[in-house]
Design a protein around this ligand. Structure first.
Ligand SMILES: [Zn+2]
Length: 267
């Protein structure tokens, strides 16, 4: 008989979808075992009994059973620790959280614990909700900054973030204020190696360093007070976009949804 293991852990809900006639599958980023997929028995017909345990980026404590050789675990118990009710009322925020959830499920392999990713999700959600409490105007400016923060860290934790201190082609060290260019795959190159292409200016370099030194709320506080064009956000966003496209090899639908909702005028 195949061995069965019971796990109990905290987890973030990344997504759910229907499975067979009566069930749903819940995709979780767990603290002890990273990404897992579990069947929630009967959830398709009696969704209510699972409540917020099925909501995007809810933090839950779950128990699940794994049988050797089976890809799908079996959810046996769940308790909601933290809901995203504030975020759920704002469509562009839901879309942003959906994008982060998709990034995590694309960038990290199943069954690989990664506590920094877990803590990043917690801090990212907390920062989003803090900004929501400030009103729509702030959210408008804060979301792209916060997204650059989360993307940069996810790329770093997944091992795909280039070293921005050196040219990716010749290895020359950049000066503090040097202007680099972006290669097609999102790595920085010096202007001797690359004569055409998008520039990465010093503000983007500063934002990139700040993201890796500061907690998300401290980063937001420091950058929200700067004029948009001095934050380096455009260059950084483009660099992350190219890196993510190279790594994931397809555009993420959730990113396009967030972009569309974000640009809709506030009510
Ligand atoms: Zn070079």
């Amino acid at each position: 008989m195949a061995a069965t293991t019971l796990h109990t852990t905290d987890a973030f809900v990344l997504r759910t979808y229907d499975y067979a006639e009566a069930h749903r599958i819940i995709v979780l980023f767990t603290r002890v075992d990273g990404l897992i997929r579990a069947v929630a028995p009967g959830a398709r017909s009696t969704r209510r009994k699972y409540g917020a345990a099925f909501e995007l980026l809810s933090e839950v404590t779950v128990a699940y059973r794994e049988r050797e050789g089976r890809e799908l675990a079996q959810l046996t118990a769940w308790e909601v620790k933290q809901t995203r009710f504030a975020a759920a009322a704002d469509p562009s925020t839901v879309a942003l959280l959906g994008y982060w959830a998709e990034l995590v499920s694309e960038l990290f392999p199943p069954h690989q614990a990664n506590d920094p990713v877990y803590r990043l999700l917690a801090a990212g959600c907390e920062a989003v909700e803090r900004q929501l409490a400030h009103g729509r105007g702030d959210v408008w400016r804060a979301q792209p900054l916060l997204n650059a923060y989360v993307e940069t860290w996810l790329l770093r934790l997944a091992g795909f973030l280039p070293d921005w201190r050196r040219c990716a082609l010749c290895g020359t060290r950049f000066d503090h204020d040097s202007v680099a260019r972006l290669t097609g795959d999102g790595t920085p190159a010096c202007r001797r190696c690359l004569s055409v292409g998008r520039l990465i200016r010093p503000p983007a370099h500063r934002a990139y360093i700040a993201i890796q030194r500061l907690a998300p709320n401290a980063f937001l506080d420091a950058f929200l007070v700067q004029p948009v064009e001095e934050t380096g956000l455009d260059d950084l966003t483009e660099a992350n976009r190219r890196l993510l496209e190279r790594v994931i090899e397809r555009p993420l639908k959730s990113y396009a949804v967030w972009q569309r909702l974000r640009l809709e005028p506030p009510e």
